[in-house]
Design a protein around this ligand. Structure first.
Ligand SMILES: NC(=O)c1ccc[n+]([C@@H]2O[C@H](COP(=O)([O-])OP(=O)(O)OC[C@H]3O[C@@H](n4cnc5c(N)ncnc54)[C@H](O)[C@@H]3O)[C@@H](O)[C@H]2O)c1
Length: 352
């Protein structure tokens, strides 16, 4: 029996990993991407190499050159494919970029998600719908948690957050960036299609999702871009917080594995904080050291006093809800191994 999976943003980091992973699980993959990342970020963000890689490596892969803002085309495609599951990973993904392109950002992130949800409701309401949301839906509210400063990083000193930020954390009355606001709209809409229409939807509020297939740029994809700077001997710009700001990093394969667990046993209108958790968290200064360990090169960087607007000082996800709903899932790739793979991937992409 054919198991068609529709993946939006298929040429991007998460979408491409999802395509590859589900292809090994007996699914027929339909990717949707129009290389909008190159429009958002210029040639450095071009994802055609990844699209070609998928076409070359996945048997029966179909690429659909489609803009998710095109409501009629989205409905026609979902009706034609009738996917048994949808993974929605297409987005304008940068909070800094959003301020310069507010309409493109909202039309892609919020309206594009609504186009897909409504198409799914009309064509395949029983099919699980997995949406990539972001921890930016919490805005800068996590910055109000009391912190302790350590030599290389910030950490929570409030014992309530010793295991990280839970899904019950407020998303209201804080500074989100326009990107965070468009993602809140999508996140709540995904929940609503679950609650109101009983559709099997979930919103995954990603921390730093990363891996060897990321086309990291300064405005998005911190670890990938950091490693690229390291290998090219270029200065990485640190924005504020003494370089001790903490991110939790999850390998895109572990993201795909969680999606598979959800699709196998879906629930309606769920929300999960999907990151590397405390164990896979690091500050920028700590990431410099790990990257240098694998590249053999010392990281060059400059320090800019002004932090990025709305940027988190310390953020790591509390993974307990994911683990309790899906006990077979856990993080399988360590932070060090993830950075090692990114180093190897950039070396390879520079050579070929
Ligand atoms: N990478 C991270 O650290 C991270 C963190 C939290 C959340 N997320 C979320 O995960 C999702 C995937 O992120 P990613 O890192 O893979 O991003 P990415 O930029 O690598 O991939 C997104 C893909 O979507 C495509 N796309 C954009 N607009 C489109 C449109 N209008 N129509 C069709 N395709 C379009 C782009 O060309 C790109 O290939 C996004 O929703 C993002 O907000 C990512």
């Amino acid at each position: 029996m054919q198991k068609p999976l529709l993946v939006t943003g298929s040429s991007g980091l998460i979408g491409s990993e999802v395509c590859q992973y589900f292809a090994t699980q007996g699914y027929t993959i339909h990717g949707v991407d129009n290389n909008q990342r190159a429009v958002f970020f210029g040639p450095q963000g071009d994802t055609r190499w990844n699209q070609k890689r998928l076409a070359d490596s996945i048997a029966g892969f179909t690429h659909h050159e489609l803009d998710i803002r095109d409501r009629a085309a989205v409905l026609t495609l979902v009706r034609a494919v009738k996917p048994c599951a949808i993974v929605h990973a297409a987005a304008q993904p940068s909070h800094d970029r959003a301020a310069a392109i507010p309409f493109d950002d909202f039309d892609t992130n919020a309206v594009g998600t609504l186009n897909l949800l409504e198409a799914a409701r009309q064509a395949c309401p029983e099919s699980p719908f997995v949406h990539m949301s972001t921890n930016k839906v919490y805005g800068d509210a996590p910055n109000s948690i009391t912190l302790k400063e350590q030599p290389m990083r910030w950490d929570y000193s409030d014992p309530a957050y010793v295991n990280g930020i839970p899904e019950t954390f407020t998303i209201d009355q804080s500074k989100h960036s326009l990107f965070g606001a468009s993602k809140v709209a999508a996140d709540v809409m995904v929940q609503e299609y679950g609650r109101y229409f009983s559709m099997p939807t979930c919103a995954l509020r990603g921390g730093c999702l990363t891996g060897p297939n990321h086309s990291g740029v300064e405005l998005h994809g911190f670890l990938s871009y950091l490693v690229k700077c390291n290998l090219e001997g270029r200065e990485y710009r640190v924005f504020g917080y003494k370089g001790k700001q903490v991110r939790d990093n999850i390998h895109s394969l572990d993201v795909a594995r969680f999606m598979a667990a959800f699709i196998a046993a879906p629930r309606a209108g769920e929300v999960y904080n999907l990151g590397g958790g405390k164990t896979n968290s690091c500050s920028i200064l700590e990431a410099f050291e790990i990257a240098a360990k694998f590249s053999g090169k010392k990281q060059l960087y400059t320090y800019v006093e002004q932090n990025r607007a709305g940027d988190h000082i310390c953020y790591y996800s509390n993974l307990s809800k994911m683990r309790s709903h899906y006990p077979s899932w856990d993080i399988s790739i360590s932070l060090e191994e993830t950075i090692r793979q990114i180093v190897e991937a950039w070396k390879y992409r520079t050579i070929v």
